[in-house]
Design a protein around this ligand. Structure first.
Ligand code: DGY
Length: 330
């Protein structure tokens, strides 16, 4: 990046119009004309050409791809919070800085986590589906569509970072008791504010909670963190929510346990082989045992614009020779 030269920035996806317009004013922008993920060949051309690559979670930025990067590629500014699609070590070895868009998705993702908790406990999808298919319902009766009361139930949060904390704040307002497992406890101020109980051992927390929300990042250390053995520790009535990444849960094991009635239900926004679903999950959803969403926990117009703004800030800070605010370390 030489002084006074315009930075060549390659986008792998269409971004919100206003964001692309601003980027085009600031940078020499190579926008992806199609609203689909790039092919491998297109990605390779992008890393061969650009100073900055702006990928999304659907692009696999692995060591093999980076071996094609031209020496001018100096920044990968991910449009997204998770960076599990990027080989961070390989990028650093190649002298490429990686940034993400942290902190602008927390509230929206926490909202969707609550939506899944409510939908699961109060049978929202099932009730709506009955009306749509029958055009009527049997009428009010004392035992019709009974769900579970939220107030007083125990919510376990796996990963008490910013999203986990935002979930806990909302859940408190619904009267849920907060339990959490994290690498280390949150500050005593936050713990007091949330009246939260810290479990050093995930194995010990799992049997205690009625609802479990997965809010940790996906890294090699969290791959199948919820293994078959750990999932088996949950109560048979328990409800599992995942708005983080599919790979954190051993999905075939979860499906087996759901089918065997050893876990009560699940609300899943992310999947191991997404965007394709295991057909057994679809069957469970048809039987109203699980609620499935197409990775939309952070999908608000506001979040997508804020993410674009963050990408711009990261690129400009880097271009000015400073450390970008959302730099990811290996
Ligand atoms: C992220 O940015 O990592 C989110 O999962 C996108 O929805």
């Amino acid at each position: 990046m030489t002084e006074n030269s315009t930075l060549v920035v390659a986008l792998t996806r269409k971004l919100p119009e206003g964001i692309e317009k601003r980027m085009a004013e600031l940078f020499d922008l190579i926008a992806h004309r199609h609203d689909r993920a790039m092919t491998r060949r297109e990605l390779q051309t992008a890393v061969e050409t650009a100073d900055v690559l702006v990928p999304t979670l659907s692009d696999s930025i692995d060591a093999e791809l980076l071996s094609h990067a031209s020496p001018r590629l100096k920044l990968i500014a991910q449009y997204g919070a998770g960076t599990d699609n990027i080989d961070i070590d390989a990028a650093h070895r190649a002298g490429i800085t990686v940034t993400n868009t942290s902190n602008v998705l927390n509230e929206d993702t926490a909202d969707m986590t609550m939506a899944l908790i409510l939908a699961g406990q109060r049978r929202l999808v099932e009730g709506s589906r009955q009306l749509l298919s029958d055009g009527a319902w049997p009428g009010w009766s004392p035992d019709f569509m009974l769900g579970k009361r939220l107030s007083g139930k125990k919510l376990g949060i796996l990963g008490m970072g910013r999203i986990g904390t935002a979930v806990a704040r909302r859940a408190r307002a619904f009267g849920l008791e907060i339990h959490y497992h994290n690498r280390s406890p949150v500050s005593s101020k936050t713990e007091t504010e949330l009246a939260a109980t810290y479990w050093d051992s995930l194995d010990q927390m799992l049997p205690k909670v009625d609802i479990l929300s997965v809010n940790c990042p996906y890294t090699p250390a969290t791959y199948h963190l919820l293994s078959r053995r750990r999932l088996s520790l949950m109560q048979p009535e328990a409800f599992l929510i995942n708005t983080a990444r599919g790979e954190i849960i051993d999905e075939p094991a979860l499906i087996d346990l759901l089918e065997q009635g050893k876990i009560g239900g699940a609300g899943l926004d992310v999947f191991e082989a997404q965007p394709t679903l295991d057909p057994r999950l679809v069957r469970l959803a048809q039987e109203n045992r699980v609620i499935l969403l197409p990775h939309m926990a952070s999908a608000t117009r506001e979040a997508r614009i804020d993410m674009g703004e963050k990408v711009i800030i990261n690129i400009r800070t880097f271009m000015d020779g400073h450390r970008p605010p959302d730099r990811i370390l290996p």
